[in-house]
Design a protein around this ligand. Structure first.
Ligand SMILES: [Zn+2]
Length: 265
């Protein structure tokens, strides 16, 4: 048993015992305690001005959860706040970092459509994310953009991703059932976690994915579904492209104001 079987070299050059790396990944992707899971109302129709108190029995909830807030008819999505996400990244890797994807000539982060693309590096692996201001303006908008981008990119690293996925495995995690943790180190070097192989046959996985796509009302969730499809190779055509048409059609239905000319073709 030589030393390099028991250690792993991260893409950033750090050398880590395999068991420690596996534990860090497990901490990163572990389910959140129930009291850290918040409910975010997402209205079903983007222009809906009919708003009211989301009280028991009211029509402003579309899913039977009554948050007590004031909003148009909405679904309530589970989500983790920015503080919870940030704490989780630190628990998994004290050396995590993020940076904007680009800089302006003045050296400030480059914004796109009021939002920002970022690179989030955790355990030496860099993944992209996008944040938007969620309707906020001024300095608060920038903070919201940063927090949202971190949350979005962290999902790509597996943080709270189970909240967004309706796969059977994710449902088990969500409902608190035990899921095999990656305690055993893999035999080969795997700096990045491999895409989870779909447990269901491909045709069924395609249908499940499409059903999730049709059910989603959240642009963030769309992005995750897109990543899911790419990672799982769903619907992938011979040229390697994922189900772009179905995805764009759904994106238009959810956020018609995000249309771009080429999407209307
Ligand atoms: Zn509500």
């Amino acid at each position: 048993m030589s030393a390099d079987v028991e250690t792993i070299t991260l893409p950033d050059g750090r050398v880590m015992p395999r068991a420690e790396f596996a534990a860090a990944l497990a901490r990163l992707t572990a389910p959140f305690p129930a009291d850290q899971v918040e409910k975010l109302p997402k209205q079903l129709r983007s222009g809906d001005q009919d708003k009211g108190k989301c009280a028991r029995g009211s029509n402003y909830s579309a899913d039977g959860h009554y948050c007590g807030g004031w909003h148009a008819r909405s679904m309530h999505l589970d989500y983790i706040g920015h503080a919870g996400i940030t704490a989780r990244l630190g628990e998994a890797d004290p050396f995590w970092t993020w940076e904007p994807m680009g800089l302006t000539e003045a050296g400030t982060p480059l914004m796109n459509d009021d939002g920002m693309w970022i690179k989030l590096t955790v355990l030496g692996v860099t993944r992209y994310g996008y944040g938007d201001p969620g309707g906020k303006r001024g300095p608060n908008a920038v903070k919201e953009v940063i927090g949202d981008a971190l949350r979005n990119a962290a999902m790509r690293h597996g943080v709270a991703t189970y909240l967004w996925s309706k796969s059977e495995a994710a449902e088990r995690t969500k409902s608190g059932a035990e899921e095999p943790a990656p305690q055993q180190a893999a035999p080969r070097a795997q700096a990045a976690r491999p895409a989870p192989a779909p447990a269901t046959p491909p045709a069924q996985a395609d249908r499940n994915w499409k059903r999730e796509l049709d059910a989603t009302t959240d642009p963030d969730e769309l992005v995750v579904l897109w990543a899911d499809a790419v990672n799982a190779g769903l619907f992938v055509k011979d040229d390697g492209t994922p189900p772009e048409l179905a995805f764009k059609a759904r994106a238009r239905a959810i956020a018609p104001d995000h249309n771009t000319p080429e999407e209307q073709a």
